[in-house]
Write a protein that binds this ligand. Structure first.
Ligand code: NAI
Ligand code: AKG
Length: 368
């Protein structure tokens, strides 16, 4: 593999190996142009190291755009731990991970993502202060999936407004892929609003829990298999599990009018945005919609304020409407419109905010 060609868009990639705990992790820093890199840590049983590297490179680049879109003074980074979150977690493994994060001396802050929980990072916090999203009693701002789910709901409202003229969540059908930290909260709220749901998850426990909730509300849920979810007869598809699920195989199956979800990197390739546009499916760029968690953890490094986080998260509604309008006016895909918006913002701030140009710990690093 020509490694430098592979990571040519990234500033730094760190391979973390600890024989004692079995930790195998990769930290990717895409850009510190807007500030120290920030991004969650995913744990997943990747089938190969190449697959893990590919994932962390894509995820960290997405964080650069997400930070720019959300106007927070951070850059893009992400980490992946190669392992099964149901079998391979130990406190020592997360402590070892924390030591690698600490070795970056404030260039990278991290917290939860798919396969990890705030509790996991309490162990990492013993080794480094560069951890976000842990419970309030540990000095964090709590579960970041709460604002993420809020932002997804605001994104669905903006999409409904664009499609129908009304941002009402009720009286519609939605297909949700993944009922984890984010997807479950979105599903609960939609059920409470009286929506009909199609859902899928590989974990039967979360499905059973949601079925009980639906029963108590007298709401309708149809459980589908992992493959069937793409054909669900719903108005909006809400991906809340893994990335790359919008691709050549799945797009022909989709009958929805829009896609709005929390999953990072939903499009397998950029051109799939164009394929969706040609098919008349409105795509809400993932990093605009799922920024609620980032907004909360970024806020944590100043003086945490839940009301401010809520207001900034609700602004996702207007940001998305703006991106839809811009894309329609210019004949762009929604992803192209969002990317242009972020690239202009990064360009405008690049000189002032470069981490290296300061050469001292910046104001974001309030934890010493
Ligand atoms: N937690 C957060 O605040 C944020 C999460 N995201 C993204 O949202 C997505 C979900 O994140 P979380 O809810 O935190 O993760 P999670 O790990 O809590 O939940 C993921 C759920 O998806 C299910 N799943 C995995 N593979 C599946 C498959 N093939 N078919 C159906 N279900 C499957 C899992 O069983 C689990 O219930 C990820 O892509 C993550 O990167 C993005 C921004 C913030
Ligand atoms: O939600 C978090 O804890 C950090 C932000 C992040 O990793 C993400 O938005 O994907």
């Amino acid at each position: 593999m020509n490694m430098f060609a592979k990571i040519k868009e990234h500033e730094q990639v760190v391979f973390c190996n600890d024989d004692l705990t079995g930790l195998k992790a990769i930290i990717a820093i895409h850009s510190t142009k807007l500030g120290p890199a920030l991004g969650g840590c995913r744990m997943f049983p990747y089938s190969s190291e190449e697959e893990a590297l590919e994932d962390v490179l894509r995820l960290s680049k997405g964080m650069t755009y997400k930070c720019a879109a959300s106007d927070v003074d951070f850059g893009g980074g992400k980490a992946v731990i190669i392992g099964d979150p149901n079998k391979d977690k130990t406190p020592e493994l997360f402590r070892a991970f924390g030591q690698f994060v600490e070795s970056l001396n404030g260039r990278f802050y991290t917290g939860t993502d798919m396969g990890t929980t705030p509790e996991d990072f309490i162990h990492a916090l013993k080794e480094t202060n560069c951890i976000v999203g842990v419970d309030e009693v540990y000095g964090g701002s709590g579960d970041s999936s709460i604002p993420t789910a809020q932002g997804v709901l605001n994104g669905i409202q903006a999409t409904n407004k664009t499609l129908t003229g009304s941002d009402d969540l009720s009286g519609k059908s939605y297909a949700i892929q993944g009922l984890g930290k984010v997807g479950y909260k979105v599903a609960e709220r939609l059920l409470e609003e009286g929506a009909d749901l199609y859902v899928t998850d590989i974990n039967q426990q979360v499905i059973d829990k949601l079925l009980l909730k639906a029963k108590s509300l007298g709401a309708l849920i149809k459980v589908l298999s992992s493959n069937e979810i793409y054909q669900a007869n719903a108005e909006i598809f809400i991906p809340c599990a893994m990335g790359g699920i919008i691709n050549d195989l799945t797009i022909p199956e989709l009958t929805v009018k829009a896609i709005v979800g929390s999953a990072n990197n939903q499009l397998l390739e950029l051109h799939h945005g164009q394929v969706l546009k040609e098919k008349g499916i409105l795509y809400a760029p993932d990093y605009i919609v799922n920024a609620g968690g980032l907004i909360q953890v970024a806020d944590e490094l100043y003086t945490p304020n839940k009301e401010r986080v809520l207001q900034k998260t609700k602004a996702i509604y207007n940001s998305l409407l703006h991106i839809y309008d811009y894309a329609f006016a210019k004949g762009l895909t929604t992803v192209e419109a969002a990317n242009q918006f972020c690239e202009k913002r990064i360009e405008a701030r690049v000189r002032r905010n470069s981490f290296f140009s300061h050469m001292k710990r910046p104001k974001w690093a309030v934890r010493t």
